[in-house]
Design a protein around this ligand. Structure first.
Ligand code: ATP
Length: 484
């Protein structure tokens, strides 16, 4: 079972402390979210899983943490200053705002010829000629399409004027460029040979025109990006290997393969740097009737060719011998000592969103179960390595000091090896329900008998089965079960 819709996760998140609306006490800030005590642990566990799998377990990938604010030239030469924009139109009547490239032709006539002529005219032209109806109010009175750059700008330096172009800087809209501009630093210091990769996790910012759907599309988000450099002829096969292995990684996070789909971008959709891009989609909208519309992007995997390393290099020239990048002081080419060739490596980029992964993991782990009394209970069947809390130690009687002391002592014993909490804020039924709902794999209950037999009850989140375990064996027992 998975969550029936995103709304179910929004309310669970707020109720239990995974995610809260940001700036809530001031009325909020459109599509901004804060991660609470459980949300931050879940996010960290997802990031750790990605980092371990790529940076620690493979021996061909280096880690990096580059600055959010870089020299403006990074975004000039990457192409973001000129191309990272959406065409915006506003309806003058109802004030609704749309992305012109996402508008769809409505039916305007029963006459096939008239309809065909309408659909053969570019939407931007129809808007200019006041012939395109607003999808919200039907008025044909749009503002002219305006290119809206998605990068957040700022000024650097305390004394800089707001409109001083030399002080202009941007918050990065992707972490990738920080990797490309450090290519030579990493290459020189790590003495890597192709193929090798550089991985980075960090915040990115996009002034999205239409943010929404909870943490699916926000203006501030986090990316996990790998740039994997290789010889041009090896790029297609390496690209395919990553497409396959990332699907396995999502499965290892507990995501059901039926909720994952691949999407091959058409030539028209490809970004200016890409030779081939495949998106991994997740069923974020299971409530939608149309099966295709249920899926949306979880991550993208692009073959970025040698575009980025070349564009940030000082050497490439145009037909007249003029340097294409007169601002760069480095050449980001690679010398292959075995073939004596110098060239710009190709780059395969698997780029995943932390926030969309959190949402997919929560939706997929969401389960409902009915107890003996016929009451509905929510269980978050998170993979053990992702669960924010691994073990909750619960005293059966909080007014009995020996039981409380024993429970607190157990928590202390377990804590160094597994995230353990002590909770006595309710009756045992309530405490179990709360731990089930936040995905804690095991509850350990200390009762009156524990004082006699030095054993405790361990309850399994998914089966609700209970087992009596000797305290002397508890740590080993839980550790083994958590590894399953
Ligand atoms: P979309 O088509 O949904 O706008 P994109 O193709 O622009 O996404 P990329 O530039 O490929 O996204 O970024 C890589 C990943 O970063 C995405 O697959 C997604 O997981 C995440 N991401 C991108 N934009 C956002 C956003 N506004 N909010 C949350 N995550 C995002």
């Amino acid at each position: 079972m998975t969550a029936p819709n995103i709304e179910t996760i929004v309310s669970l998140s707020k109720r239990r402390g995974f995610v809260f609306p940001a700036s809530d006490i001031y009325g909020g800030l459109g599509s901004s979210w804060d991660y609470g005590s459980l949300g931050v642990e879940l996010a960290n566990n997802i990031k750790q899983s990605w980092w371990r799998w790529l940076v620690h377990e493979r021996d061909d990938i280096e880690g990096l943490d580059s600055s959010i604010i870089q020299n403006r030239n990074v975004w000039k030469y990457s192409g973001h200053e000129t191309t990272f924009s959406d065409p915006l139109v506003d309806c003058r009547e109802c004030k609704s705002r749309f992305r012109a490239d996402k508008l769809e032709y409505p039916k305007i006539s029963d006459d096939a010829e008239t309809q065909k002529a309408f659909e053969n005219t570019p939407i931007e032209q129809l808007i200019k000629d006041k012939k395109f109806p607003c999808p919200n109010c039907g008025a044909k009175n749009f503002t002219e399409p305006k290119q809206f750059n998605l990068m957040f700008s700022t000024t650097v330096g305390a004394t800089s004027a707001e409109d001083d172009p030399s002080a202009l800087a941007y918050l990065r809209p992707e972490t990738a460029q920080g990797i490309f501009i450090n290519f030579k630093n990493v290459l020189d210091t790590s003495r890597r040979k192709l193929p090798f990769g550089i991985a980075q996790i960090g915040k990115a910012f996009r002034n999205e025109v239409t943010p929404g759907n909870f943490i699916f599309r926000t203006r501030e988000f986090e990316q996990m990006e790998l740039e994997y450099f290789c010889r041009p002829e090896d790029a297609p096969a390496i690209h395919q290997e990553f497409i396959d292995s990332f699907q396995e990684w999502f499965a290892s996070l507990g995501i059901t393969p039926e909720n994952i789909k691949l999407y091959e971008q058409s030539k028209e959709e490809l970004s200016h740097y890409s030779d081939r891009t495949v998106d991994i989609l997740y069923r974020f909208f299971p409530e939608r009737e149309n099966e295709d519309a249920q899926f949306d992007e979880l991550m993208g995997l692009a073959n970025r060719t040698n575009y980025d390393l070349k564009t940030h290099s000082k050497k490439p020239e145009d037909a007249e011998g003029k340097r294409l990048n007169p601002d760069s002081t480095e050449d980001l080419s690679y010398f292959d000592p075995t073939t004596n060739e110098r060239f710009y490596p190709y780059c395969i980029e698997p780029s995943a969103g932390v926030n969309r992964t959190i949402l997919a993991v929560l939706m997929d782990a969401y389960t409902e179960k009915t107890n003996d009394k016929g009451e509905k209970r929510v269980i978050l069947k998170l993979k053990h390595n992702l669960a924010p809390i691994k073990v909750a130690v619960l005293p059966l009687a909080k007014n009995k000091p020996e039981i409380v002391a024993m429970a607190k002592d157990l928590k202390k014993q377990l804590l160094p090896t597994m995230r353990t909490v002590y909770d006595d804020t309710g009756g045992i039924g309530k405490l179990y329900a709360r731990q089930d709902e936040i995905g804690t794999p095991f509850c350990v209950t200390v009762d009156h008998e524990s004082l006699e037999d030095n054993a405790v009850t361990v309850r399994d989140r998914d089966t609700w089965e209970q087992e009596r375990i000797k305290i002397a064996d508890l740590k080993d027992y839980l550790q083994k079960r958590l590894e399953q």
